[in-house]
Design a protein around this ligand. Structure first.
Ligand code: 6PG
Length: 248
């Protein structure tokens, strides 16, 4: 990573989500002008939901050329797509049901499948088909939205979990011991191959971990391992999450 991370602090989840939606809209427009597809990967959890609703709202929907977007998932819980825990279900309700994105442009992680390794391989196949990396290269997403848990996890890369050490596969199943459940997740090399990674972090319950992630010793938390190799890293924070950070 060449330049220091961009850190922006907002006085609430609404302005944070608005700024994230604006960033997506701006970058998607540049790609549309270049007549190139724009690829973005979305996380689950609660923080990005408002961003998705904003993108589907009249404030943004008409300003995005949806047919030019290719939308992927960062990770998924190993539950059926209509399960309340499903990230896909949240994304569908908050975004997909309200925007003119061609169905084939959304790439769902079929994490409910019993053969998780096979589901991971097939998802890697979709990444390859759309992003067309050169042989031996990692697929390069234009934009990735990540979250961070109070334990410093991101995507479904939990502290001490096996997938943190994955350096070959693009997508992998990962067992979350503390949740006693499996997830499918993009791996660190794929996340770090992206052109731009934006963390969306809100809530005072994450402040201490965020202080350690941004200002503490390196390599202690999965979120610290997100270091785009040839890309940009941004942290969009609300005041609650940023409250323990040194003055920016
Ligand atoms: C998931 C996510 C995960 C999420 C963090 C933060 O499937 O849960 O992709 O990595 O981003 O857990 O979640 P919140 O936004 O709900 O705090």
């Amino acid at each position: 990573m060449t330049q220091p991370p961009e850190i922006r602090i907002f006085d609430g989840l609404e302005p944070l989500s608005w700024a994230a939606a604006t960033r997506l809209e701006e970058q998607a427009r540049v790609k549309a002008i270049e007549k190139k597809p724009f690829s973005v990967a979305l996380s689950g959890g609660s923080t990005p939901k408002l961003l998705f609703e904003l993108l589907a709202s009249s404030s943004f929907q008409g300003r995005i050329r949806w047919s030019n977007l290719q939308i992927f998932q960062v990770d998924e819980r190993c539950v059926p797509p209509d399960d309340p825990q499903s990230n896909y279900r949240m994304i569908r309700h908050a975004l997909l049901e309200s925007v003119p994105l061609p169905a084939e442009n959304f790439h769902r992680m079929a994490a409910e499948r019993p053969d998780r390794e096979q589901a991971a391989r097939e998802y890697a196949g979709e990444l390859a088909q759309v992003l067309r990396p050169a042989p031996g290269e990692w697929p390069r997403l234009d934009l990735v939205f990540l979250g961070m848990g109070p334990d410093g996890h991101t995507a479904s890369l939990f502290p001490g979990s096996p997938a943190l050490n994955e350096r070959t596969e693009w997508v992998t199943p990962n067992f979350a011991a503390h949740l006693n459940s499996f997830r499918l997740t993009l791996t660190l090399p794929v996340l770090n191959a992206a052109a731009h990674v934006i963390f969306l972090v809100a809530g005072a319950d994450k402040a201490e971990t965020l202080r350690q992630v941004l200002e503490g010793p390196e390599g202690r938390f999965p979120a610290q391992l997100i270091q785009p190799v040839r890309g940009r890293l941004s942290w969009f924070l609300d005041e609650g999450a940023a409250r323990l950070l040194k003055k920016q």
